[in-house]
Design a protein around this ligand. Structure first.
Ligand code: GLY
Length: 401
């Protein structure tokens, strides 16, 4: 593996800039502006600021601030600011970020990393707003309360609440949890306190060891004994079966280990991301347009749903991987995904889709929830991928710290 370390200078130079975009990027930004303005109007109607998550049966669905997807709309608006330099987006991004203020104290699930880093993290990076860094550090403290030292992992879900309580799990950890580690790495960066990074690294190492099959597909859930660290079982919650490869889990795995490589420079994390990429692109059920079915092992393929959110996450991760290796394959595959998602097959016509950009994602098929609908995180990672593509094509590092 040839790894190209990106210089701090390149990363600094990559601060907000609004240089000319390639056509597919500019065209997508123009389209997103129309869609998202209507979503802002709807979500800010009246005196409240509501959080749009999806559009179903002709209605926008809003979620409470403690829902795992609550940070993505704010993050999407921050990305529009980054893509355009237009303060309109920053103003609305800020409103949608600051309604999440109390989430810094959330301790009952692990998703605080997604929620706070997408919103406050992007706001801090782009606008350096007073107080945002404190929210990030407090959130990292909250997430750290879920660390189980005996097992060396962050517990994803409480095992005594909701449908999880019916599974007999003690310390369930889902692959998605890799996405919460950036919050911890960043908290160490800000404070100099290595506690947060040590937790993140321990969690990543246990995941590396226990979450994968020999073909480098990942299980969704690994249940640990929190005292001894023994693996009690491997399961799915959102996939087709315990032994199947749920598409979004594979996407989180690719993205999560790439981010851990970014923060640590530890080659074993990047090597895992490369194995996951090989798995994805050599899978016989990966469609030609590179928009995965919701589960790679669903027996109904090709007569089942695609999951656009997985495609968007994979594209964004691949651009970052390209930045580390200059392996042309990663950029070619990511560009192909962007091309597919920009087509009328997956991208909504203006004035439709409740204002969301992309159609055809799957939240959780086994739970009958959000099937073949837009999802706010599909839009978030799509815009993130466009930013990374633009940066690469302008000669900058694809990602910014
Ligand atoms: N983290 C939950 C999901 O990917 O659906």
């Amino acid at each position: 593996m040839k790894i190209k370390f990106l210089s701090a200078l390149a990363l600094t130079v990559a601060a907000v800039q609004c240089a000319p975009q390639t056509d597919i990027i500019q065209e997508n930004v123009d389209n997103a502006a129309v869609q998202l303005k209507s979503l802002i109007e709807a979500s800010e109607a009246g005196d409240t600021v509501r959080i749009p998550s999806t559009y179903q049966n002709g209605e926008i669905v809003y979620v409470p601030t403690d829902d795992w997807v609550s940070g993505f709309f704010a993050g999407t608006l921050w990305y529009m600011y980054e893509l355009t330099g237009d303060e309109y987006w920053a103003d609305h991004a800020r409103k949608h970020t600051e309604i999440l203020d109390s989430i810094q104290n959330l301790k009952w699930h692990h998703d605080i990393g997604f929620m706070i880093y997408d919103s406050y993290g992007n706001g801090l990076r782009l606008k350096n707003i007073d107080g945002y860094q404190d929210v990030i550090v407090n959130s990292a403290k909250s997430l750290s309360t879920r660390f189980r030292p005996g097992a060396g992992v962050i517990q994803s879900w409480d095992s005594d609440k909701g449908w999880q309580s019916e599974r007999g799990w003690k310390c369930p950890v889902i692959i998605d949890n890799m996405m919460n580690l950036e919050l911890l790495m960043k908290a160490t960066w800000f404070t100099g306190d290595s506690t947060y990074a040590k937790i993140a690294i321990s969690h990543a190492d246990q995941t590396l060891k226990n979450h994968y099959r020999p073909d480098y597909s990942t299980y969704h859930v690994v249940d640990y004994d929190p005292e001894t660290g023994e693996v009690r079982g491997r399961y799915t919650a959102q996939g087709y079966s315990d032994e199947s490869a749920w598409a979004r889990g594979q996407a989180w795995s690719l993205y999560g280990f790439t981010v851990m490589y970014r923060y640590t420079g530890d080659a074993k994390y990047f090597e895992r991301a490369e194995k996951v990429a090989d798995y994805l692109f050599n899978h016989p059920n990966m469609p030609e347009d590179l928009v995965p079915y919701w589960d790679f092992d669903c027996p109904d393929i090709p007569d089942t749903y695609r999951d656009v959110s997985s495609a968007a996450i994979i594209a964004s991760a691949l651009y970052e991987m390209y930045g580390f290796t200059e392996n042309a394959l990663y950029k070619e595959k990511a560009d192909k995904i962007i091309e597919s998602l920009s087509s009328p097959e997956y991208r909504a016509a203006q004035g439709t889709n409740g204002g969301f950009i992309l159609m055809h994602s799957v939240g959780s098929l086994p739970h009958g929830s959000s099937i073949d609908v837009p999802l706010n995180y599909a839009d978030y990672y799509f815009l993130e991928a466009l930013i990374r593509k633009g940066n690469i094509e302008k000669g900058f590092a694809p990602v910014k710290y």
